[in-house]
Write a protein that binds this ligand. Structure first.
Ligand SMILES: NC(=O)c1ccc[n+]([C@@H]2O[C@H](COP(=O)([O-])OP(=O)(O)OC[C@H]3O[C@@H](n4cnc5c(N)ncnc54)[C@H](OP(=O)(O)O)[C@@H]3O)[C@@H](O)[C@H]2O)c1
Length: 223
């Protein structure tokens, strides 16, 4: 698959390295950091618009404060699968800039009319960069997938599984309102005080329902 990655910081670079090693074709979009990452990983680089046009999936991995510029520079995204990795973190990581009745994912969607936006916050970049997600008892961390386009969600789900994570369909895009604070909790636990290497895992009692393959006609409750 061709992946256009906008934002080549900790997360974008970790995803690019992982997916390049898996045989996907990568183009980073952005400035000097994108150029550096592309040189290091021996993949392509271009403007945000070039990376967006290149990818079967466009991965947005920029800080919340950068979504205006990043999405505007990506050009028209109508009909494109846009994987938002953005959490609405405040610049100083002390909390979320928005929440409860809004989400970073919905803000991204507002800036990209007609895009098939899927919100899925990956595990921490350093864990992805290790090549294998390795937590207690070999449990994979959960990545919650939110979106209104079922086919687009299935595509992102498969990319999430390639990271070695458990993909759980969390419902429509606005369910990101619930997911983003949950992932903020992991940031808070990981970086408040002694750094800790943590992930989040959804546990489900067997035999009652199936995780990760919910049907469109049985969506989880909307927030
Ligand atoms: N890091 C993680 O473990 C992790 C996990 C899950 C989700 N996330 C989310 O992923 C996003 C990125 O996090 P990060 O830790 O990778 O941040 P980061 O290390 O600060 O990197 C951000 C990247 O975005 C680039 N950027 C900024 N404005 C841009 C624009 N207009 N066009 C293209 N690129 C632009 C920056 O480029 P310059 O340096 O050239 O400005 C930089 O390469 C955040 O929303 C975060 O909440 C991160």
């Amino acid at each position: 698959m061709k992946l256009g990655i906008i934002g080549a910081g900790s997360l974008g670079t970790a995803l690019g390295a992982h997916y390049a090693a898996d045989g996907h074709a990568i183009m980073f979009g952005g400035g000097a950091s994108a150029q550096d990452a592309a040189t290091r990983l021996r993949v392509s680089v271009g403007s945000n618009a070039e990376a967006a046009a290149y990818g079967d999936v466009v991965i947005l991995a920029v800080p919340f404060g950068a979504i205006d510029a990043a999405v505007a520079d990506a050009g028209p995204l109508r009909g494109r699968v846009l994987w938002s990795c953005v959490n609405a973190l405040r610049p100083d990581f002390t909390g979320l800039a928005i929440g409860f009745d809004n989400s970073a994912a919905e803000e991204v969607a507002r800036r990209a009319p007609g895009a098939r936006v899927v919100a899925a916050l990956p595990p921490f970049a350093h864990a992805i960069a290790m090549g294998r997600l390795c937590y207690e008892r070999d449990l994979e961390p959960t990545v919650f997938i939110c979106g209104d386009d079922i086919a687009a969600k299935r595509i992102v789900e498969s990319l999430v599984r390639e990271l070695g994570a458990q993909a759980v369909d969390a419902g429509p895009l606005k369910a990101a309102r619930l997911v983003e604070p949950a992932m903020m909790l992991t940031v808070s636990i990981a970086y408040a005080g002694v750094p800790r290497d943590v992930g989040l895992r959804l546990l489900e009692r067997q035999g009652l329902s199936s995780v990760g393959t919910r049907q469109a006609d049985h969506p989880p409750a909307s927030p």
